[in-house]
Ligand binder design. Structure first.
Ligand code: AMP
Length: 287
C-alpha cells in the first residue's frame, strides 16, 4: 500500500482516505462519496478495513466485532473505491498474537505509540481507558502508509475526529481532515456496525439515544439556557424508561475544546454513550 501510494504521489495523483473497521454501511459509504467529491475523478480513493486491537479494552468486543470482508469489498467496488487496504495484525503490530489487546500491550517488535493528552481525556477517553491511544496510534500508522492528502471521518465519532485533527496538526501530517455528518436510520438510530448485534427487542429500544438528543435540542431551543445537571437528569430518566438501556455517560461541551459546559445553550454539543443490552452505542449532535 505504501509503495502504491508513493507511486501515485510521484505521478502527481492526489489521495483521499477513509479509515474504517469494516462491516460497511451507508455511513461509511457516505464518507467514501465525500472522499471522491474532495479528490475528483483524477484522484484516488483508499479505504482501510482493519479492526484495530489496540483501541479495544480487554473486556470489550474486539473478538465479537462483526467482520464481513467479502461483502465490504463488493460495496467498495460498487462505490468506486480505488484501493482497499486490509492488513492483518501481524503486519500492523509485529509480534502481536491477534488477541484482544490490552492497552499497554507492547510486543517484542512493537513498542511505539501515539498519545494525545488533552482532548482524549473526557467522554470516550474516560469511559474506555487507552481507547484513544490505540486510535491515534493506528491512524498515524495508516496516514504514513496511505499518505493521503485528505482523510474523511464521521461526525458519529465526534470526539475521535477532534482528537485526530489535533494529532494531525501537532505531528505535522500533511493531510486535511474532513468531517462528514452522521447518517441515520429512518427512526433516527445512527448507523453503526454494532447495530448488527441488536436483536429485534433491543433494536426497538436503540432509538432512545436519538430521542434523548432531540429532547435536549427542544428543551434548549425552548428555554435558551439550562443547567447541565438538570438536563443530564432529564436524559437519564429517558433512558430508564427502556427496560434494557443503561446510560454510560452524557456530556454537554464546547465542540472546539471539548470542555464541559455548565449552562447548556444553543450551539453547545451533546454526546452520550448507552448500553443497549450488552452493545454499547454512542451518538452526538449540536444543540
Ligand atoms: P468505524 O468503522 O466504526 O470505525 O467507522 C469508520 C468511520 O466511519 C469513522 O470515521 C466513523 O465516524 C464513520 N462512521 C461510522 N458510522 C457513521 C455514521 N452513521 N455516519 C457517518 N459516519 C459514520
Amino acid at each position: 500500500m505504501q509503495r502504491l501510494a508513493a507511486n501515485w504521489r510521484r505521478a502527481g495523483v492526489s489521495i483521499a482516505f477513509v479509515p474504517t473497521m469494516g462491516c460497511l454501511h451507508d455511513g461509511h459509504l457516505t464518507l467514501v462519496r465525500q472522499a471522491r467529491k474532495r479528490i475528483g475523478q483524477k484522484g484516488r480513493v483508499v479505504v482501510s478495513i482493519y479492526v484495530n486491537p489496540t483501541q479495544f479494552g480487554a473486556a470489550e468486543d474486539f473478538t465479537t466485532y462483526p467482520r464481513t470482508l467479502k461483502r465490504d469489498l463488493k460495496l467498495c467496488r460498487e462505490t468506486g473505491v480505488d484501493a482497499v487496504f486490509a492488513p492483518n495484525d501481524e503486519e500492523m503490530y509485529p509480534g502481536h498474537r491477534g488477541t484482544p489487546s490490552r492497552r499497554l500491550a507492547a510486543t517484542q517488535n512493537f513498542s511505539t505509540f501515539v498519545v494525545e493528552e488533552e482532548l482524549s481525556q473526557t467522554m470516550e477517553g474516560a469511559s474506555r481507558p487507552g481507547h484513544f491511544r490505540g486510535v491515534t496510534t493506528v491512524v498515524a500508522k495508516l496516514f504514513n502508509i496511505v499518505q493521503p492528502d485528505v482523510a474523511v471521518f464521521g461526525q458519529k465519532d465526534f470526539q475521535q475526529a477532534v482528537v485526530i485533527r489535533r494529532m494531525a496538526a501537532n505531528l505535522n501530517f500533511p493531510v486535511q481532515i474532513v468531517v462528514a455528518p452522521t447518517v441515520r436510520e429512518p427512526d433516527g438510530l445512527a448507523m453503526s456496525s454494532r447495530n448488527r448485534h441488536l436483536a429485534g427487542n433491543l433494536r426497538r429500544q436503540a432509538p432512545a439515544l436519538w430521542r434523548a438528543i432531540q429532547r435536549a435540542q427542544s428543551l434548549v431551543r425552548r428555554s435558551g439556557s439550562i443547567p447541565a445537571p438538570k438536563l443530564k437528569a432529564e436524559l437519564k430518566k429517558l433512558m430508564e424508561n427502556e427496560p434494557d438501556t443503561r446510560l454510560d455517560y452524557v456530556e454537554f461541551f464546547d465542540p472546539e475544546t471539548l470542555k464541559p459546559i455548565g449552562k447548556v445553550r444553543p450551539g453547545t454539543h451533546v454526546a452520550l454513550a448507552v448500553f443497549v443490552g450488552k452493545t454499547r452505542l454512542i451518538d452526538n449532535e449540536r444543540l
